[in-house]
Design a protein. Sequence first.
Lengths: 109, 315, 95
Amino acid sequence: MSSETWFGLCGAVLVGLGLFGLITHPDALRKLLAFNLLGGGVFLVFGTIARRGAAAGFGGDPVPQALVITGIVVAFASTALAVALLRRLAEAGGEPAAAAPAPLAEPPS
Amino acid sequence: MNLSPDVDGGLAVLIAGLALWTIAVRDTFAAVIGFVAFGLVVAVAWMRLAAPDVALTEAAIGSGITGGLLITAAAGRRRRPPPQPDGRPRGIVRIAAATASVLAAVGLGVAVLSLPTPAPTLAPNVALHLGLTGLANPVNAVLLGFRAVDTLLEVFVLLLALLGVWSLAPDRFWGGRPGAAQRVDPHAMLVFVARLLPPLGIVVGLHLLWVGAVAPGGEFQSATVLAAVWILATTAGLCDWPPVGKPRLRLVLVIGTAVFLAIGLAGLVIAGAFLAYPPAYAKLLIVAIELPLTLSIAAILGLLVAGPPSREPRR
Amino acid sequence: MAREVTTIVAVCAGLFFFLAGTIGLIRFPDTLSRLHALTKADNLGLGLIALGTMLQAQGPLQALRLVVIWLLVLVSGSAVSQLIALRVYRRSGQS
């Protein structure tokens, strides 16, 4: 199995792991981590496709690589917004998993 | 490099193992550290995939600055009383989630294994038209030349995310400074490092920007290095986050996008399409876009890590 | 030929220090001794690997970059070690 296929399969495993963590973790920050893992897996699959498209003297197809760079930056932007939301939610005392009884109880998962 | 694919297989297994640990470990802080380590190993994987620009971006943004943000978030959650989980999902939900995940992973794996063998690629197209952009780095030529619209929209997304973060501040803090005021002993270790590294960081950042035309690098990697030394200086107390309402700060944030948009609209008039560059001036226009863009992105990235304003503005 | 052999020897020695540092990180009982193990990995391990790869560098400028990388890791590693140790010291003083 060639090296890029290894990384493509690794990306597929990451997508599965990230999806599982996103759905099952009760803590919001862990969901965020799982979401980032999911994104990382997708980027690795892109990287596999880019590597296989090596031609014309380049080591890889530059278009998927540029898309991945854009994706990494946008993933960071959404992570930053999510972290700010979580912090504000915790400050406002309205965390869905807070110990205090909340007036609007979130149904579990 | 002609290392055997088994090394890459080992690297892939290591990445999957780190991801599994990040999902499975109980302590949230440990999971964040695992994620940072995961990001760094993935950066090595990107080098093995012959994508040095992506490796730089992953190490800087994906692992470095995201890691800093998440560590601060996880540490903050530690300080506040940990919430009682509302109950782990019922067994049926976990089984359904596991099934969906396995299906997704297997489906994607099958897709990876059955990719068409004369792999379709746009590399010859890029190589053919590379001379028109005046750049020698194909990834930056794609980012700033052939797919410049994507980059423009990406910077808009960054600005929108920053606006979203700012809008989370309580009304009385609007226009104030983010973060908390740091009072740090001037002889402390952190202050020493924060005095030592920023000049080097600025040089490295500018070098990454300039060399991005011909070698791996570019404005995103450069902006991240600049943002990182800004965050370091602020954390050490050497400078404070600027008040969010300050007009000069807002000018710095917007100028990259404004110049990009202006050159794009000028391209409508001069070269016949939005963001088209007349070939004789392509390199000049791209540099003219890159310089303010790097400044803006560095400021946006730093402020995204700083968070919403949390101190009252001085009247 | 001598260059390749020296590179391999240096990198293997560096790997040994990394291994020792990792074992120390996992097995040592408290934070301060773990920091002690990590500095061996950071300073000596990375230094030896940098030395080994410097011999394969194309030109003095690339070799200089490797040295600068090692120095940067030294600075940041030792600063972070001191900060962690200071925090541990203050915590233990309070308890």
